[in-house]
Design a protein around this ligand. Structure first.
Ligand code: NAP
Length: 251
């Protein structure tokens, strides 16, 4: 599905991003993995290379524009161009009610989830425009980007903002061959989820019961939707918010 494409994946050291790196490589993409935990992304890149895939690991922090540009530059230098960006890095905490939340928590949640996507879109779209052949961007939002899920207010605000950036990007670059979409992700078994449930175990029942399928996703089920949106098979899909939430936001 992704043969001949180069795709950058943020948050590739664990969870959905790690599953995406393995899946996109199996679908034929050259993958460029980034996250702060260098050893983890290097290990995944080595595994992909051992099985005949093409993978590059470049450590970085999505909140730092220069780090993000370094990842995009490495993708272009190594593989000749950038066709896709899966902007998936995110951070959440089970947290506290809005009025008791420390401003530093608000800043961190907005920084990783919104500024991180902003930094990535700027660098990726710049490279795609320079190449002139278009591309596809997929941003990871959440059911919390559509409704108040019970997550913290700052996370809900941040994931709503990701959908705003997605619509604006789709609109601004539609005529120049760049599609921008978002995933509305439901509860998925990852490190982030493990931490949230460790902090507030009572959330598990509500997360499971609010999905139509009465279960959480495996990370690769989310990665499958991203692969399709990054591929030419979704050529008329842009500015969209694709639910991968077991029906949560439809119920
Ligand atoms: N799991 C769920 O139920 C769920 C539901 C809805 C939406 N989501 C969204 O799905 C995305 C992936 O999360 P996940 O569930 O797979 O969680 P995860 O396993 O904790 O992965 C989060 C990833 O983001 C990276 N990251 C965090 N802060 C970063 C920073 N400042 N710079 C660079 N990378 C950073 C982490 O890597 P390093 O620590 O190595 O930097 C890690 O690879 C997030 O956007 C999350 O909000 C998840």
């Amino acid at each position: 599905m992704l043969a001949g494409k180069t795709v950058m994946i943020t948050g590739a050291s664990s969870g959905i991003g790690a599953a995406a790196a393995r899946l996109f490589a199996a679908e034929g993409a050259a993958v460029v993995l980034t996250a702060r935990r260098e050893q983890l992304i290097e290990k995944i890149a080595a595994e992909i290379a051992e099985t005949g895939g093409q993978a590059l690991a470049v450590a970085g922090d999505v909140t730092v524009p220069a780090d993000v540009r370094r990842v995009v530059d490495a993708a272009v230098e190594t593989y000749g161009r950038l066709d896709g960006g899966f902007n998936n890095a995110g951070w959440a905490t089970a947290g506290t009610p809005l009025h008791e939340t420390d401003d530093a928590v608000f800043d961190q949640v907005i920084d990783v989830n919104v500024r991180g996507v902003w930094n990535c879109m700027k660098a990726q779209i710049t490279a795609m425009l320079a190449d002139g052949r278009g591309g596809a961007v997929v941003n990871t939002s959440s059911a919390a980007g559509v409704v108040a899920t019970g997550a913290t207010a700052s996370y809900i605000a941040a994931k709503h903002a990701v959908l705003g950036l997605t619509k604006a990007g789709g609109d601004e670059y539609g005529r120049r061959g760049i599609r921008v979409n978002a995933l509305v992700v439901g509860s998925t078994r990852t490190e982030l989820m493990d931490q949230v449930l460790a902090d507030t175990p009572s959330l598990e029942e509500s997360f499971v019961s609010r999905s139509m399928q009465k279960r959480m996703a495996d990370p690769v089920e989310v990665a499958q939707a991203a692969a399709w949106l990054l591929s030419d098979r979704s050529s008329f899909v842009t500015g969209g918010s694709v639910p991968v939430d077991g029906g949560w936001t439809a119920a």
